[in-house]
Design a protein around this ligand. Structure first.
Ligand code: 5GP
Ligand code: MN
Ligand code: MN
Length: 333
């Protein structure tokens, strides 16, 4: 059962939906929650939108964001939980997970690779570049009339998850959907500056520290960067200021796999993976209890920064050693 009509029927029957995305929310998670929330309001639903984790300041321009509950959701009498861009219940975070655990009927709308989605009603399309694409289709099935606020949220979801249409997940369907969104007069250049070019100075200072840890393997195919908790705290940088840094490692010529190790509280390390052409980093993250996509994935591993790094690098090198370095691909093999 992977049918948007079934999802639409379930949503039509509800009156008071609670809509949420994943922890450490990104543009796709927030844009999808907001577009769906604002869209369902147009259908007369009493919508509550929520995030377990704080909303990165950079996304404060998103229409409707000021109405999003952050960190705490009162029990309320919701009749449906709608989860977007989130493939496992744990990534709902502390504020939203209890609603699922208490058995509130749950709809999952997602684009992560996942053959066992956790909702009671699920729609998973891993070929969608962003969950925002799925939300757009769902709003159409529901008969919602689009407007500029919806379009800004959907555009942000899609532009961030495709790396501004540069990643492999970008399809003709992505561009068709975005072309339609642009008809609602969204300020593309302004949005691009808000998303990418309003970085606080502390973010660049943090980048300096992170780049100082750059290591490239002998083969040149693996690049790693690290961030200790002490460094992050001393600069006073927020989690949101770390987003995108892994691309500096990925952008190096001949690098196939980039890994970013970030020390968390309590002897845990958040690991982010990116690949360029042929390594499936979803499989790599899965080995450590995480997941994601073929070219972008992540996991959280227990141990010190150095322990986790040694362990993960070993697995990555095994994987890279198993394939020939075919140089620069044009076509995806
Ligand atoms: P990032 O490295 O930007 O945090 O995450 C990259 C991708 O991997 C995202 O699509 C994200 O959803 C997924 N991801 C990151 N961390 C985890 C994790 O701990 N578990 C799972 N299942 N997916 C993750
Ligand atoms: Mn996401
Ligand atoms: Mn996404």
């Amino acid at each position: 059962m992977n049918d948007l009509n079934v999802v639409a029927e379930t949503i039509k029957k509800c009156q008071r939906p609670l809509i949420g995305g994943h922890v450490m929310p990104d543009g796709d998670s927030l844009g999808s929650v907001l577009a769906l929330g604002l869209g369902l309001r147009l259908l007369g639903k009493q919508v509550t939108m929520a995030s377990s984790d704080p909303v990165p300041e950079l996304y404060s321009f998103l229409p409707g964001i000021q109405e999003m509950l952050v960190g705490e959701v009162n029990p309320g009498d919701y009749d449906l939980l709608i989860v977007v861009d989130c493939s496992v219940p744990e990534r709902l975070g502390a504020a939203l997970l209890p609603f699922y655990e208490k058995g509130l009927t749950t709809v999952v709308l997602d684009h992560h690779v996942n053959d066992q989605p956790f909702g009671h009603v699920n729609y998973v399309r891993s070929t969608a570049a962003a969950t925002g694409e799925i939300i757009m289709d769902l709003l159409d099935v529901l008969g919602v009339t689009f407007n500029t606020d919806l379009a800004v949220n959907l555009y942000t979801a899609i532009v961030t998850d495709t790396g501004s249409f540069r990643y492999e997940n970008t399809t003709s369907e992505t561009h068709r959907r975005v072309a339609r969104l642009l008809e609602y007069n969204i300020p593309v250049a302004r949005l691009s500056n808000l998303i990418y070019s309003e970085q606080p100075l502390s973010q660049i200072q943090l980048l300096k520290e992170v780049l100082a840890t750059l290591e490239v393997s002998e083969s040149g195919q693996l690049a790693t960067i690290c961030l200790s908790r002490q460094t992050q705290l001393s600069i006073g940088a927020h989690d949101e200021h770390i987003e995108g840094m892994i691309n500096y490692a990925r952008n190096i010529k001949n690098v196939e796999v980039a890994i970013f190790f970030r020390e968390l509280e309590g002897q845990r390390v958040k690991v982010s993976f990116r690949s360029k052409y042929f390594i499936d980093v979803n499989l790599l993250a899965k080995k450590f209890g995480g997941g994601g996509h073929v070219r972008a994935s992540g996991c959280t591993v227990e141990g010190t920064l150095m322990e986790v790094k040694a362990m993960v690098v070993k697995e990555a090198e095994k994987l890279l050693g198993g394939v020939l370095n075919c140089g620069r691909y044009y076509h995806h093999p």
